[in-house]
Structures are given as C-alpha cells and as structure tokens.
Design a protein around this ligand. Structure first.
Ligand code: PGA
Length: 234
C-alpha cells in the first residue's frame, strides 16, 4: 500500500525530525508499505531514510528560482534532494484559491523535472449531492490539462466534505468513484478524507484503493506508525 502523511501547517522542524527518524526506524524492520511524508517547508532536511520512505513538499512554485516573494522554487528543493510534490490539494484549491490553470503550470514544471506527483481530486458536498455523474464530471474537470499518462503520477481521491471532518466517505462511495476513475486512468489511486487508525485497513481493502493520503491522523507519530502496522500486509 501507499501511505502518505500530509502535515499541512503542523509540526515544527524538531518534531518533524523526530517523527521521520522514528517512522524510518519502524520501516527498517517493516519494508512493505511505500511511505510519503509531506512536512512543512521549514522542516525540510536531508534525511537518511530507507528507500521506501520519501519526503515531499506540500507545494512549490513553478520556477527554478527568481523574484516570487514568499514562494519556493526547485533550487530550494534540490538542496534537500526533494523529488516528490503534492498538487491540487483541496485546501490549496478552495482556501488558497489556486486555479486549475495554476495547478497545471506546477504539474508541467515538476513533471519536466521528473518529480513524483501526488495529484489530488475530489468534489465538494453540493456536487456530490447532485449525482454520481456530476461528481465524476467535476473530477474530470480537475484533471483538465494534466498529463494522466505521466509515469510518476499518483492520484488521490479526496472528497472535500470528508477532509478534516471525521466523516469518511462510505465504502460504496469510495469503490464507485475509484472504479470510475480507474476505468479511464491506469495509475495508483489513493483515498483521503478522515482516514484513521480504526478505518484505514478497511479502506485499503476496498476495490480500486491503492493506499491512503492522511492529514489529521498522521500528525500523531504513534498513530501513524499504527496505521503502517495495520496495513503492512495488504
Ligand atoms: P484528513 O485530511 O485526514 O484530516 O481528513 C486529509 C487530507 O487533507 O489529505
């Protein structure tokens, strides 16, 4: 399974270091999962990890360097050997108002650099409430301009209404959307939205689920390690 932790605006440089070292130690003895951690950019560092533990960034600008106050470009990432980026997350789309055009620019820039891209898609509640067809067409819109054949692409289906709410999508919903996406796109597909220690195994066992992208439940180190433990044989 692919298990990814999105720290969002949580953890400090020192607590991230402790987290990464402990997860790495756990993975030295348990090598099955492919694990990604997305810390805040101030916590980036050169971590000496096992090959199946990767550090990525939650966001970066589509430039190598230049005059873009407050942004970071690829030369700042290279310093820490970062080769993984999260794009299209609902908080960036909805709270930070990132447009599909802007996301596509980032996608193309980091694709050209060969980055692994975890690309998020997912509908708000008002769209889900209309119909399955409407939900799928909303999701296709979020893939507008995106090269879905890119070899280093991982998709993450994260319904907006399930993120940080404690209410995960039902197994039937997850299965229907995942199989709908997989009919058209042959890429690993994660589910995200209120994944917890208690439900992670059941979610990972759903048809069409290749792993999970976790926010809240990934911030507590012991919980995240338990999540890895609960999924290591799937
Ligand atoms: P959550 O967040 O696990 O807190 O619902 C998921 C995400 O935003 O990736």
């Amino acid at each position: 399974m692919i298990i990814a932790a999105n720290f969002k605006t949580n953890h400090t440089r020192s607590s991230t270091k402790e987290f990464v070292l402990d997860v790495n130690e756990y993975l030295e003895a348990n090598t099955n999962n492919e694990v990604y951690i997305f810390p805040s950019t101030t916590a980036l560092d050169k971590f000496d990890t096992v090959t199946n533990l990767n550090l990525g960034v939650q966001n970066a600008y589509h430039v190598e360097q230049g005059s873009y106050t407050g942004e970071i470009g690829s030369i700042q990432l290279e310093e820490f050997a970062i080769k993984t980026i999260l794009l299209g997350h609902s908080e960036r789309r909805h709270i930070l108002k990132e447009s599909q055009e802007e996301i596509t620019k980032k996608f193309n820039f980091y694709k050209d650099l060969g980055y692994k891209i975890i690309y998020c898609i997912g509908e708000p509640l008002e769209v889900k409430n209309i119909s399955y067809e409407e939900t799928m067409s909303y999701i296709w819109g979020q893939l507008d301009g995106i090269d879905i054949s890119y070899e280093n692409l991982i998709l993450a289906y994260e319904p907006v209404w399930a993120i940080g709410t404690g209410i995960s999508a039902t197994s039937d919903d997850i299965k229907a959307i995942h199989l709908g996406i997989k009919e058209k796109i042959d890429k690993p597909l994660l589910y995200g939205g209120s994944v917890k220690v208690k439900n992670v195994r059941d979610i990972c066992l759903i048809d069409g689920v290749d792993g999970v992208l976790i926010g809240t439940a990934s911030w507590i180190k012991e919980d995240f390690i338990q999540i890895l433990e609960n999924t290591k044989d799937i």
